[in-house]
Structures are given as structure tokens and as C-alpha cells.
Write a protein that binds this ligand. Structure first.
Ligand SMILES: Nc1ncnc2c1ncn2[C@@H]1O[C@H](COP(=O)(O)OP(=O)(O)OP(=O)(O)O)[C@@H](O)[C@H]1O
Length: 283
């Protein structure tokens, strides 16, 4: 089986303190392997989004380890974490987080702008990815003019612009009607199948979850089931392997080891995060 791309060890997240303390994650140890599609499922409040934010390096754990290609993220400087996030991850959110007043193309190329890519190269790559998502004809439209499904395609295009190895999607079909949601699902699983992108999806949608290789069921801050599909089991990755393997020490360096940022430049990923979180309502 492929190498783990993400690992956690005894991951804990506590919000608040004193009487308002809330233990959102209570010590999670598991691995996500390169090329897997993983659904994080569970009731509202069980900790799904909290877990995704920690895996995606958008938030820090209270204790425990998140490791990327075997390297604990806590060993990296903030600028390195941001660069790693920007270079390796793509994000798709239920709420789209598009800038309503910018064009489709401008929204899609924002991560490249932050990364300092030249204007001509930005446009070339932006149009390329819009073509892949059959949205090139809308490149000059304002993001606000699009339908929900079109907006989510633009979000996927933006998520792909940096050629991520891991795509995180938080309720990607949550704002879409069933038919449009299926189209978006097909795009995500097509990327997973054809490009080997690792897919980590938080969802309440059983249909979407069932298309993933693996489902992590969360309950009260714990993973209470790690359900792998038959194909994964046949490949020797039966249920329980994650927790057995997870107890081993994480360390070493992999191909996603932090990019050199010795010059201490501001993290492009951090900026990207700000950029991708530009809510429509704020635009
Ligand atoms: N910033 C915060 N401060 C305090 N508590 C928080 C914070 N963020 C989340 N929580 C709490 O942590 C728990 C887990 O939240 P989380 O958003 O991870 O759940 P979820 O499973 O994704 O829920 P949903 O399906 O409703 O989105 C919830 O009880 C939530 O109220």
C-alpha cells in the first residue's frame, strides 16, 4: 500500500478553558495514505471540521502530532507550514468563499498571485484549469453571476491551480441540489481516480461518503469506526490497521518535507488561506 501522506498521533483539540472548556478531539491516531479517498462522517458537533482543520494545517492541536510525509508539522516554522499548505493542499468549502466582485479567472488565479507567479503564467494556468472544469467560457463573468454548481466548479479550479496532492473538501455538495451535487462529486472523484489526488471529505451526505475508499466515523471527538471498502481490504489494509500503525513513532522526511524558507518570506499559504476565505458576503 502507498505511504502515509498524513499521520496523527494522539491528536487532541480543546476549545476554551475552565467552565467553558470543550474537548473537541480526544486523542486520535490514524494515517491517511497517498491516493486514498477518505470521508470523515458523524453527527453534528462530533469533531469532523475540527479534525479537517488540523489535518489541513489551518489550526493547531492542543497536543499530539500531525505529520506530513512522516515529518511532524510542529518541527516547522510558521512560514514553512504555510508554504507546505499552499504547495500541497487544495481546499473546497461548502460556502465557496469566492470573491463575488472578481471575475471567475481572478478568483481561480488568486493563489498564484499570492505565490508571485507572473501575470501571463497566471492567466495561462488559470484558463487551463478552467477548461478542465468546463468553465473557460465563464472566465470573465463575475463570480456572483454563477449558479451554485458553477461556483463550486470555480472553487475546485482554484483548489487545483497549485496542483495539490491532497484535496480537502468540507461539505462540498452541502449547498447544492442533488443533481448538481452529483456533478461536483463526479469531478472530485474523477480527480482522485485520474490524478491520484488524495481526497479528504467532511460530509453528511451518505452517497458521497459511500464513494470514498474509507469512512472515518466520528462520535464525541473520537473515531469510533474506520470503515474501508472491499478494494482496500483486498489490498491488505483492513479495518484496524490505521490504529495499529498509528501507534508507531512518526518521524523522518518525505517528499513533502517543508520547502526551504530560510529567507523568512511571508508564507504564501497563509495568504492563500486569507484569500480563499474571502467570503462572498464580504466581497
Ligand atoms: N472555536 C470554537 N470554540 C469552542 N467550541 C468550538 C469551536 N469550534 C468548534 N467547537 C465545538 O467543537 C465541537 C466540534 O465542532 P466541529 O465543528 O468540529 O463539529 P462537526 O462534526 O464538524 O459539526 P457539523 O457537522 O455541525 O459541522 C462542537 O461541539 C463545537 O461546538
Amino acid at each position: 500500500m502507498s505511504a502515509p501522506v498524513l499521520e496523527t498521533e494522539n491528536l487532541v483539540k480543546v476549545y476554551g478553558r475552565g467552565e467553558s472548556r470543550f474537548d473537541a478531539l480526544k486523542g486520535l491516531t490514524f494515517e491517511i495514505h497517498e491516493g486514498e479517498s477518505v470521508a470523515i462522517v458523524g453527527k453534528s458537533g462530533s469533531g469532523k471540521s475540527t479534525l479537517m482543520h488540523l489535518l489541513a494545517l489551518l489550526d493547531e492541536p492542543t497536543s499530539g502530532v500531525v505529520a506530513m510525509d512522516g515529518r511532524p508539522v510542529s518541527q516547522l516554522k510558521p512560514a514553512q507550514v504555510s508554504a507546505l499548505r499552499n504547495d500541497t493542499f487544495g481546499f473546497v468549502f461548502q460556502q465557496f468563499f469566492l470573491n463575488a466582485n472578481q471575475t471567475v479567472l481572478e478568483n481561480v488565479i488568486l493563489p498564484l498571485k499570492i505565490a508571485g507567479v507572473s501575470a501571463s503564467e497566471r492567466k495561462r494556468r488559470g484558463m487551463e484549469v478552467l477548461e478542465q472544469l468546463e468553465m473557460a467560457d465563464k472566465a470573465k463573468n463575475k463570480a456572483n453571476d454563477l449558479s451554485g454548481g458553477q461556483k463550486q466548479r470555480v472553487c475546485i479550479a482554484r483548489a487545483l491551480i497549485n496542483q495539490p496532492t491532497v484535496l480537502f473538501a468540507d461539505e462540498p455538495t452541502g449547498n447544492l441540489d442533488t443533481a448538481t451535487g452529483e456533478v461536483v462529486e463526479d469531478i472530485l472523484f474523477g480527480l482522485h481516480r485520474d490524478r491520484g489526488i488524495t481526497l479528504v471529505v467532511v460530509t453528511h451526505d451518505d452517497d458521497l461518503a459511500s464513494r470514498c475508499d474509507r469512512r472515518l466515523l466520528m462520535q464525541d471527538g473520537l473515531i469510533v469506526a474506520d470503515d474501508r471498502g472491499e478494494a482496500a481490504k483486498a489490498a491488505g489494509a483492513g479495518v484496524g490497521q490505521a490504529s495499529r500503525e498509528g501507534s508507531r513513532q512518526v518521524g523522518g522526511h518525505g517528499k513533502h518535507a517543508a520547502p526551504a524558507t530560510a529567507d523568512g518570506q511571508p508564507a504564501s499559504g497563509q495568504d492563500t488561506e486569507t484569500g480563499t476565505k474571502t467570503g462572498e458576503g464580504q466581497a
